[in-house]
Ligand binder design. Structure first.
Ligand SMILES: [Ca+2]
Ligand SMILES: [Ca+2]
Length: 305
């Protein structure tokens, strides 16, 4: 696979940039209503909609999985002692690109609660484009990416990031990140950055909504299957979680400037990987390399039609 790919050195959603050999010809899809969703139940791993995207990925369906809708889930298992970075991890991507629509997953993220230290294991569901041309014309290579990310050491938190640009040469981002404690509804961070070392930029109207989210008592992404989705449109991205009784909690209703929202066709990806430098929120501890395997279970993946 694309083991030769470069890896962005970033604190947030590090993602490998694929070698040109794997870059597909992508076909833009028309914008769709948020309700037009295709469901992958993972009763089998043979789907023309997805493909593995790292060397270490072995897509395997587990059966009789408690908490799933149909007994079956995709097992994404990060082996013990992995290389750091997404390309040292396991994951899959959609075989086609989508421009706008509803994306997400019903899943249970990697659980490191019984492991010593602070293992750095990220479970993620996100859109990403490998086209890094400067289509938005701001002088930086584009990086169209919308992320849900979970650190195994803090399973009560959800990290959400909207990227538009990333210059690998100068390590310069254009991204806004929100961190929510889903259990309490507290927004821990809501920060647009143009540099890793400077402060957050002043927030613009519509960038920090809602200011508090509806608490989900007992929320633990690594212990419970739960649905996480986002609706991506040209001028708005709404992130939310839905429980088994179809109760929706909006985690972020981003309605900031359109030039801070990705506009290019993107693949949908899910992965599990080791970060050696993404510290838990509120901490400067350096995450440790996990010494045992870590598995995320994916009951369902949701893609636009
Ligand atoms: Ca750009
Ligand atoms: Ca399933």
């Amino acid at each position: 696979m694309f083991g030769a790919g470069r890896v962005r050195r970033i604190g947030g959603a590090a993602l490998a940039l694929a070698s040109s050999a794997l870059v597909s010809v992508l076909v833009a899809q028309p914008a769709l209503a948020a309700s037009a969703t295709r469901t992958l139940p993972w009763t089998t791993t043979s789907s023309n909609l997805i493909r593995p995207n790292t060397t270490y990925t072995n897509l395997e369906t587990a059966t009789r999985v408690p908490g799933t809708a149909d007994g079956k889930a995709l097992k994404l298992t990060l082996p013990a002692n992995p290389e750091a970075g997404p390309m040292g991890g396991v994951g899959f991507e959609s075989t086609k690109a989508y421009r706008f629509g509803t994306f997400g997953s019903r899943m249970k993220t990697a659980d490191c609660s019984d492991q010593p230290g602070t293992p750095g294991v990220i479970s993620a569901a996100f859109t990403y484009s490998r086209d890094h041309a400067d289509t938005n014309g701001n002088g930086l290579p584009d990086n169209n990416e919308i992320d849900f990310e979970f650190l195994c050491s803090q399973p009560e938190l959800v990290w959400m990031t909207i990227w538009t640009d990333y210059d690998e040469l100068t390590d310069t981002p254009r991204a806004i990140t929100r961190v929510v404690n889903v259990r309490t509804g507290q927004v821990l961070k809501n920060c647009y950055i143009k540099s890793w070392v400077s402060d957050c930029e002043a927030l613009l109207p519509g960038e920090n909504l809602p200011v508090k989210t509806t608490p989900v008592p007992g929320f633990n992404a690594a212990k419970q299957f739960r649905t996480y989705k986002f609706d991506w449109s040209t001028n708005r991205i709404t992130f939310y979680t839905v429980d088994d009784r179809n109760r929706k909690v909006v985690l972020w209703d981003y309605r900031g400037p359109k030039d801070r929202i990705p506009q290019s066709p993107s693949l949908f990806m899910q992965n599990v990987w080791h970060s050696a430098n993404w510290s838990p929120f509120g901490s400067t501890v350096r995450p440790s390399r996990p010494t045992v395997a870590n598995t995320a279970l994916i009951d369902t993946t949701f893609l636009p039609q």
